[in-house]
Design a protein around this ligand. Structure first.
Ligand SMILES: [Zn+2]
Length: 273
């Protein structure tokens, strides 16, 4: 019995291929433990806390022009999320901008997006580049990578027997869920999740009329910044941009993006004004 439960509960990353006549092919996480509604509620709480603490520091949405730009780009991308996650159409999407030198951006489960001013400033992002980064982050949420990780984490924390007993999850403390939600933005995703998020980003950008080739310049800018920081330890402390610590850049990543461009460039051609 115990063995079966293990097999059942640890099949957290049981994935199946999703193919389509046009656009990219990605794997969708299939989760057995945490219901989407639980994960989204917990993420919304975490996100709300984060935004309130940013506001308390006077660091929330101070640049109204940049905020408007981010919200416009999100509004362009969101109508195209359905193919990757039909439920996402009903999400209560939010986009906020936090004033911080942090070079990072994220989208929590349920469509809670945040950009740090650091990523806009340090990389001097164009709209197309913002669209591919936002599309990538939104991709993690659509493919439920955060939900997968929270499920794994909760399972590790509460132990298998408790998790099994509490499968309706009413007994899980909010603290445990909060820990899981924190992890959803602070740890790197698995490599296959990263490449799938890249692909979703390419397609969302293309379908919304943003040049998906911008994904390549994003990664080029990112590695230039990493090199600059490494050679000027006074400013960056020799630290790589935070985005790179959760999104390792490499030649392979750019090659994979290039290899998938033929699948999305026709969508871009159709969507272009
Ligand atoms: Zn990612």
């Amino acid at each position: 019995m115990r063995k079966i439960l293990f097999a059942l509960l640890w099949a957290v990353l049981n994935v199946n291929a999703q193919t389509s006549p046009e656009g990219v092919d990605v794997r969708k996480s299939r989760l057995l433990l945490l219901p989407a509604s639980t994960v989204e509620r917990s993420s919304a709480q975490q996100y709300g806390q984060l935004m309130r603490s940013a506001q308390a520091k006077g660091a929330l949405n101070r640049d109204s022009a940049q905020l408007a730009r981010l919200r416009r780009i999100a509004a362009e991308l969101i109508p195209h999320v359905k193919r990757f996650n039909p439920a996402a159409v009903q999400w209560r999407w939010e986009v906020n901008l936090i004033s911080s030198k942090t070079v990072n951006a994220f989208c929590m489960p349920g469509g809670k997006i945040a950009f740090f001013t650091g990523i806009l400033d340090a990389l001097q992002l164009t709209d197309d580049e913002v669209a591919t980064i936002m599309g990538h982050e939104v991709g993690h949420a659509l493919l439920e990578h955060g939900r997968a990780r929270m499920s794994e984490q909760v399972l590790k924390n509460v132990g298998i027997s408790v998790a099994a007993a509490a499968l309706n999850l009413g007994q899980l403390s909010t603290e445990l869920l909060a820990q899981g939600a924190n992890l959803a933005v602070s740890l790197p995703y698995a490599r296959h999740q990263e490449s799938d998020a890249d692909l979703v980003g390419l397609e969302l950008a293309a379908r919304s009329g943003h040049d998906p080739r911008a994904a390549i310049s994003v990664w080029q800018k990112m590695s230039r910044l990493a090199q600059a920081n490494a050679s000027a330890p006074g400013r960056g402390g020799g630290q790589p941009p935070q985005f790179l610590s959760t999104h390792p850049s490499n030649e392979n990543r750019i090659r994979e993006i290039e290899a998938n461009l033929p699948k999305v460039l026709p969508l871009y051609a159709k969507a272009r004004p």
